[in-house]
Design a protein. Structure first.
Lengths: 443, 492
């Protein structure tokens, strides 16, 4: 038995077994009833050397195709500064556990404090947690928080313009929690205010969830919505795309009670769906209703500023079945990703990122419409870097053609609707190439 | 350690006008963001730091020096399986052929990624003795919630709506009852015997047609194998309930016993424990959920499947419990776990449980003369002391834990499980050498000696750490959770 992750020599095994009063490794498992002992070998491949392993994954990787990305829909291809991947590879961060022992975890605790600080700045809220799994589960947690904050109200209204993948998760959590979920109708790509007001007026609503930007990339106008919610003692919850908050009106400015969403757009690689990072920020008055870990500032015995996990009385390991969330971890390393990203970019860099996306997306929209086979699906509405076009072309075939030429031409959201996204990663040459392929396809 | 930087927050290192990024020039400046209506634009300023690149690099590098990881030293944190996180797995998960994939790109362009998902799912099924896994859940607790949803979906599909109770041992981790509650189920506690295993007689009293499931770990929270598991499985199945296996302690059984063979129907695995993916200071993890044959269709959407021609595809099942993730979960964590399984192969995976168990018993038997061992039996991958044997000097488990930090070890898990007042839960993983264990044992004995000779010194520990005993009460009664609050607060 010689393997690089097992340091035990035969002699050492014998010495150790002797201390334990056992003669063999098998004897350590004697108490397992015979009938359920696993006696055969796993039906799995034989061990691979590092050389073979690298080759194996290189070959698997070659079965994928990296495409020039014009897709968004909840996952965005943004610039990720080289600094980030180097810092997060530091094993002191990478190989540590949840920072239970504050004295030897100040690194983790401090960056989480910085993360909370940055996310509250970005969302315009007062407090935030140490991060959540992803934007969809963060939004579901916000829904549960709204219900647990309400007195005996169990209904949550959700805008139909929320990302369908987020809706699916929110619906699932609602179903098992026994929360009554109702959708607010969509009207011309935005949430129908009349329907919102009618449903809210029933007086049985604990919370209202809307999106900014919404699924179609549209920036909706929520003037008066928070007031309407507060008049009915309902919490106003905004699902946000983090990067966009660098330029668009923040949840705090809309007077929202909870801001929840995904931080992937802040420099985290797409990685086929994860890991990303969810965030949840709220008012200070709701801090004890907030799910997830929280880091707070305090002083040590010498009066030195230090950081600790705090408000743990809210959490599952204390409250057990009385807890309103079962979350016991966060996405710490991904929160570090975001923290370093925002440190490097600052408010100015984030604004520039959005300006580039805005300009590129509007340029692409113009060029596509100029081909004569596309029109904006919601021409009256404002968008940032993502938009929907209507077309009479066969979207599946068009996407396949683009794919064969190395381009991911957006996400098909209906038979005649295509949603495209442009970030700072896309050059004019790449956009022009996409438009050229479309022109040739049309011809 | 660079003490100039230590303790400062990134916000305190900025100077107006500094930048830490470089972006391309705007080639489309005819389209200007200023044309967005001002009513939709942000007017409030964000107080983000303005720092140059080197300042950022030094700041976070110095912060990392105030952290302790598995690579730093022995990390015997019970119930957390802090095993070595192989470097090659990190390298593989960073391959651009995977990191650049958009989750919604066409399946024909992601066949390699789907193959990773599918084959990892298959490997876990073999290791667990179950039929199929979903890899969508993001963490252990998320897996628990998903698994309980599977169980509810199953009962509901049979029109059996009265099964609302979940039986949980009193020794269980708090996450078990919390997950049950979030899933809309009621928790019924079952007692433990004095040896820490489930009281089967007490269990029988709770078994009726309201039982949805029982949640167990095996080995249990004390590191003891539940020998009655075949009987428990029969009893629970006879009353129509299912058995849920919390995979937190699976590491002990690799090579020796499979949850499916014990009679479990649904389980989650923590890839960040048993399958070596790094904990990252609290995440990202991954909590795959496996089920026995017949329950596959209830697993959350989307499902990754393989067609007869060998191609992989993504599918949604109408009977599925719903969705628990926007996409297919923490994919890059899956890559690391798959790489781990392939590295070890069938020849080495089977030694993981035995070596972890040998290490735990070796520490236990080497220290039980000075630390109180309430249940003196063969343990599996971990065990629990009830503090020092000699408690006359008032030295607590907390003091022992803090003193360990002075000696360069991470502390064990403390004050859990709740069955003892001074729980000190130790889990040494299979990668730890006898030399490391001997060092740890020597230090634990030294601390026991110090506790007798100089108890006040031990009570004042830690002495050598960057900060010393931060005030938890102040933090909780007067919460300051952002830099903005810190700046405006006068008490902090």
């Amino acid at each position: 038995m010689n393997y690089k992750y097992f340091p035990h020599t035969v002699a050492e095994q014998e010495e150790m077994l002797k201390v334990c009063g056992k003669r063999s490794l098998d004897e350590l498992f004697d108490e397992i009833p015979e009938g359920i002992q696993f006696k055969r070998e796993y039906d799995l491949p034989s061990e691979m050397s590092e050389v073979e392993l690298r080759r194996f994954f290189a070959e698997l990787g070659a079965k994928n195709k990296t495409l020039t990305c014009f897709a968004g829909a909840g996952c965005y291809d943004h610039y990720s500064p080289a600094v980030i991947s180097h810092i997060i590879s530091r094993s002191e961060f990478l190989t540590s556990y949840t920072p239970y022992q504050a004295e030897i975890s100040q690194g983790t605790l401090q960056y989480i404090f910085e993360f909370q600080s940055m996310m509250t700045e970005l969302t315009g809220m007062e407090v935030g947690n140490a991060s959540m799994y992803d934007g969809a589960t963060a939004t579901a947690e916000a829904m549960m928080m709204a219900v647990s904050s309400a007195k005996k109200k169990n209904k949550v209204l959700v805008s139909s313009t929320l990302n369908p993948n987020v809706k699916a998760v929110v619906e699932t959590y609602a179903k098992y929690q026994g929360i009554d979920l109702e959708y607010i109708a969509e009207c011309d790509g935005v949430t129908d205010k009349t329907d919102f007001e009618a449903k809210l007026a029933a007086g049985d609503v604990a919370g209202v969830i809307v999106a900014s930007p919404n699924y179609y990339g549209i920036l909706e106008d929520y003037t008066g919505w928070a007031n309407a919610c507060h008049a009915q003692k309902a919490l106003f919850v905004m699902n946000c795309q983090a990067s966009a908050l660098g330029v668009i009106k923040s949840p705090g400015e809309w007077d929202a009670d909870i801001a929840a969403g995904d931080g992937q757009s802040l420099g985290i690689p797409m990685s086929f769906g994860g890991p990303y990072v969810g965030f949840l920020c709220t008012r200070k008055s709701l801090i004890r209703k907030m799910p997830g870990r929280v880091v707070g500032a305090t002083k040590d015995i010498n009066g030195k500023r230090s950081f600790v996990l705090t408000l743990q009385a809210r959490e599952q390991h204390i409250r057990r079945e009385k807890a309103t969330s079962n979350i016991c971890s966060n996405q710490s390393l991904m929160a570090l990703y975001v923290t370093i990203y925002l440190s490097l970019m600052g408010a100015k860099g984030l604004k520039e990122v959005n300006e580039l996306g805005y300009s590129g997306a509007h340029y692409l929209a113009d060029k596509l419409c100029a081909t004569g086979c596309f029109e904006l699906a919601y021409p009256e509405k404002s968008f940032l870097n993502e938009f929907v076009v209507k077309t009479s072309l066969d979207i599946d075939k068009l996407q396949a053609e683009c794919e064969s030429q190395g381009i991911l031409a957006g996400v098909k959201i209906a038979d005649d609707k295509l949603m495209l996204c442009v970030t700072e990663m896309r050059s004019k040459a790449e956009i022009d190439r996409l438009v050229d392929i479309v022109k040739q396809f049309k011809a | 350690m660079n003490s100039t930087f230590y303790g400062k927050l990134i916000f305190e290192l900025g100077k107006e006008g500094r930048v830490g990024y470089s972006l391309p020039k705007n080639e489309f400046s005819e389209h200007n963001i200023d044309s967005l209506p001002s009513s939709l634009r942000r007017s409030e300023k964000m107080a983000l730091p303005e720092v140059d690149e080197l300042t950022v690099v030094r700041h976070y590098t110095n912060m990392s020096n105030n952290n302790f990881g598995v690579d730093t030293g022995f990390y015997p944190l019970g119930s957390c399986t802090m095993k070595y996180n192989p470097k090659v797995n990190e390298e593989i998960s960073n391959l651009s052929a995977f990191t650049t994939l958009h989750p919604l790109q066409g399946v024909s362009t992601v066949q390699g990624a789907l193959e990773v998902y599918y084959n990892l799912q298959k490997s876990l099924s073999e290791i667990a003795g179950l039929s199929e896994f979903t890899l969508n859940p993001f963490a252990g607790a998320h897996g628990e919630l998903t698994g309980l949803m599977v169980i509810r979906a199953y009962h509901n599909s049979r029109g059996d709506y009265k099964r609302v109770n979940v039986i949980v041992p009193d020794s269980a981790h708090g996450t078990n009852p919390a997950s049950a509650a979030v899933c809309g189920l009621k928790v019924v506690q079952v007692k433990s015997l004095s040896d820490g295993t489930i009281d089967v007689e007490d269990l029988k009293a709770h078994l009726d047609d309201t039982v949805a499931a029982i949640m167990m770990t095996n080995p249990n929270t004390l590191g003891i194998f539940e020998r009655s598991i075949p009987e428990i499985a029969n009893l629970v199945h006879e009353c129509g309930g299912l058995l849920y296996y919390d995979g937190a302690n699976l590491n002990a059984l690799l090579g020796k016993c499979r949850p499916g063979d014990m009679g479990f129907d649904v389980m989650h695995i923590n890839l960040h424990k048993t399958f070596s993916t790094p904990h990252g200071g609290g995440g990202p993890g991954s909590g795959p959920v496996g089920v026995r044959a017949g329950l596959e269709k209830f697993l959350p959407n989307p499902h990754v499947k393989k067609s007869d021609d060998g191609k992989f595809y993504i599918d949604n099942d109408k009977d599925a419990l719903g969705s628990v993730s926007a996409f297919i979960g923490n994919f890059s964590v899956m890559l690391k776990a798959y790489s781990y399984i392939l590295s070890l192969g069938k020849e080495n995976l089977k030694y993981v449980g035995p070596f972890a168990t040998l290490n735990a018993n070796y520490i236990k038997d080497s220290l039980k003369d000075v630390y109180e061992l309430p249940i003196d039996v063969v343990c599996k991958h971990e065990f629990v002391f009830d503090g020092l044997k000699d408690k006359s000097k008032g030295v607590t488990t907390m003091n022992v834990a803090k003193r360990l930090l002075d000696y360069g070890f991470h502390a064990p898990t403390i004050y859990f499980p709740l069955l003892f007042h001074e729980s000190l839960m130790i889990e040494p993983c299979e990668n730890e050498s006898k030399a490391t264990l001997d060092d740890f044992i020597a230090v634990m004995r030294k601390i026991a000696h110090e506790a007798a000779e100089d108890p006040e010194m031990v009570k004042a520990a830690p002495h050598n750490t960057p900060v010393r005993r931060p005030d938890d009460t102040l933090a909780a009664t007067h919460p300051i959770v952002t830099y903005r609050e810190l700046m405006t607060d006068t008490e902090a």
